[in-house]
Design a protein around this ligand. Structure first.
Ligand SMILES: [Zn+2]
Ligand SMILES: [Zn+2]
Length: 218
């Protein structure tokens, strides 16, 4: 196997370049994964512009990663080589800070953050923390699954944490990269949607909105 891989790194604020890197072995509790798809999220811009808090450059952006495991670090027993997995933005909580100990790991004070504290998925190869991996079902292609790792979980959790039940009425305002996923999750609950413009109306029909409200019209 080639011992180098291509990655797209931010070498200085606003400067993205393709580089060839040495393949490294995963450390304890980590896996090395071969990337099949990586979504593009607006948060990546904070890495590209060098403004994400705590960021050091060079850094490879990308936190909607679907990949296959190709090497296991020591102590990794639950995952297998060849298994397809996903990695999101918060990609390894420390497990010991106060929020973690309260079970609120999304607010960990010292997390591994893909594309910020560790290199992300704009690359052929990535090192990821085994404890943060999600298993990807065979029914989804890698390109379909990738955006679910950030845009998908954000909108799904918004619906879930709003305490909604089947049959409740939901409005999703703004049908962009996140909103179109919110619509599709809400459809399973019963949704009403708002967005302006004829183009939006067409795309909303395609993703099964029940109702369309044009916010540009009184
Ligand atoms: Zn994101
Ligand atoms: Zn923590």
């Amino acid at each position: 196997m080639k011992n180098t891989y291509k990655a797209v790194e931010v070498s200085a604020p606003g400067v993205l370049r393709v580089v060839e890197r040495q393949v490294s072995e995963p450390g304890a509790g980590q896996v090395r994964i071969r990337v099949e798809a990586c979504g593009v999220c607006h948060t990546d811009a904070a890495t590209v512009m060098g403004i994400y808090p705590g960021l050091t450059l060079p850094r490879v952006p990308g936190h909607e990663v679907v990949a296959r495991i190709e090497a296991l670090g020591s102590g990794v027993s639950k995952w297998k080589i060849g298994q397809r997995v996903g990695v999101g933005l918060i990609a390894g909580e420390d497990g010991v800070c106060e929020p973690c100990r309260r079970g609120d790991s999304v607010n960990c004070q010292n997390p591994v953050v893909s594309g910020v504290t560790a290199d992300g998925g704009y690359a052929e190869v990535m090192i990821a923390e085994a404890r943060a991996l999600a298993s990807v079902p065979d029914e989804l292609t890698s390109a379909e699954a990738a955006p679910l790792l950030c845009a998908g979980i954000t909108t799904y959790n918004a619906l879930r944490n709003a305490g909604l039940r089947g049959g409740d009425l939901v409005a999703v305002q703004g049908i962009g990269g996140l909103g179109h996923l919110g619509v599709q999750f809400a459809r399973r609950l019963d949704s009403i949607l708002s967005q302006s413009g004829a183009e939006a109306k067409k795309s909303l029909r395609r993703i099964w909105a029940h109702v369309y409200i044009d916010t540009a019209v009184d």
